[in-house]
Write a protein that binds this ligand. Structure first.
Ligand code: ACO
Length: 380
């Protein structure tokens, strides 16, 4: 880009999309995009995926340690007791459902929940953050129940988070495979380095704005189709393709018209997303339990057709879609479900930011005109 010679504001070439820029240190998660490895606090998610629960992941991200039995029970109880919303927040959800998307409602709910919290010193912040982890899941279930004109189901704090959410959402006890599938999903999406929504939470926290402001920023950022919104669009595509034989034509058309295919591509991964094989395996199990393999097979065929044409990696959102759909979760709740998991990472990152804060304030390179001649309004 050529700049005016005497542009005093000229600074180095910006890195578009901040690609490859390392903006901070973190103890929470690490992504090796070359090898396709994701670790939480040093533990490979391949070890955590099928062997732990979401509550254990929360402990890991908050304590930097996997819990012993006592700590896990304490965490399960705390998150369970947090699955309650103030009546006024339920009234606000009632006003909004049907008028906005579930994700917009959720963003408003997070913001409103901040009004019920006191400003507390940093050492008292983890319980406040944990409340939000519990509340977000209840809000998602209530958004769904109210729009379907179904009675709200109260939380049962004695149950695990995944199980209780499915019960609050669907009004019946989930099967063991369903609970395992949701646990797996919640574990795998809980944190992922400096992804866009986490970064936006940290930018907000970096100004020393409060926790709820930071998480409201994150929910808004997650909603976009290039980030958390991709799971919903991926499922829409799988449904639209409908049969294996339609996949080739659909994908060819998408490439011909230079459309981005949702659930593919990633800024960091150069090989398939570390979470993909686990999500795929679990989605398959779920659909096998239903004895209905058609949509899962369509998803596999779409993946094959994409890869036959271009070496694009499969990201977390692609097989999240048939997994969530296999849990009878409507597609417009997919991104709220993502938030229900990522809230663990977001809150842990906000705590980390506060503990070692420095205002996050990059620069922009000004490339417009300079030294323009000012003319009073009557002469313009
Ligand atoms: N479909 C088709 N082509 C793609 C896709 C895709 N999904 N993703 C990347 N490409 C191609 C681009 O066309 C480009 O090709 P070219 O070099 O021949 O022009 C190349 O791969 C690089 O793509 P960029 O868009 O420049 O990559 P960037 O790092 O900026 O974007 C992103 C990453 C936003 C994830 C992109 O891959 C995309 O839009 N994917 C679809 C949306 C999606 O699935 N988002 C979820 C990401 S994971 C998450 O946030 C939870």
């Amino acid at each position: 880009m050529s700049l005016p010679k005497d542009n005093k504001d000229s600074i180095p070439e910006p890195v578009k999309g901040l690609e490859g820029i390392v903006a901070a240190d973190t103890n929470l998660s690490s992504v090796n995009g070359e090898k396709g490895i994701l670790r939480y606090c040093g533990y490979n998610i391949d070890d955590l995926a099928f062997n732990t629960t979401f509550e254990e992941t929360i402990c890991l991200l908050y304590d930097n340690e996997l819990p012993n039995q006592e700590r896990l029970e304490e965490m399960t109880k705390k998150v369970g007791e947090a699955r309650v919303l103030p009546d006024e927040v339920i009234r606000i959800i009632t006003e909004l459902v049907g008028k906005t998307s579930p994700m917009s409602t959720l963003r408003t709910v997070v913001s409103v929940l901040g009004h019920y919290e006191k400003n507390v010193p940093l050492k008292e912040l983890p319980p406040k953050a944990l409340r939000l982890v519990g509340q977000i899941s209840t809000a998602v279930a209530i958004i769904h129940r109210l729009r379907k004109k179904l009675p709200i189901i109260e939380a049962d704090p004695s149950k695990g988070h995944a199980e209780d959410f499915l019960r609050m959402l669907h009004g019946k006890e989930p099967t063991k495979i369903q609970v395992d599938a949701l646990n797996l999903y919640l574990i795998l999406l809980a944190d992922h380095g400096f992804n866009a929504s986490t970064f936006s939470a940290r930018v907000t926290a970096g100004t020393l704005a409060n926790l709820h402001s930071a998480i409201t920023s994150a929910v808004g950022t997650l909603s976009g189709p290039l980030h958390g919104g991709a799971n919903e669009k991926a499922m829409d595509m799988i449904i639209e393709v409908g049969t294996k034989k339609n996949a080739s034509k659909y994908i060819q058309n998408a490439f011909d018209s230079k459309q981005k295919i949702m659930g593919f591509g990633h800024r960091v991964y150069k090989v398939d997303d570390a979470r993909k094989p686990h999500l795929k395996k679990m989605a398959k199990k779920l659909w096998e339990e239903k004895n209905e393999m058609k949509l899962f097979e369509v998803a596999e065929e779409i993946e094959k057709q994409v890869k036959d044409r271009k070496p694009i990696i499969t990201n977390v959102d692609f097989y999240s879609a048939p997994l969530l759909y296999g849990l009878d979760i409507p597609t417009d709740l997919f991104t709220p479900l993502f938030a229900m998991s990522r809230i663990a990472g977001w809150t842990a990152h906000v705590l980390e930011q506060y503990r070692n804060n420095r205002l996050i304030r990059p620069r922009a390179r000004y490339v417009g005109q300079i030294d323009r001649t000012f003319r009073p309004i009557e002469q313009r």
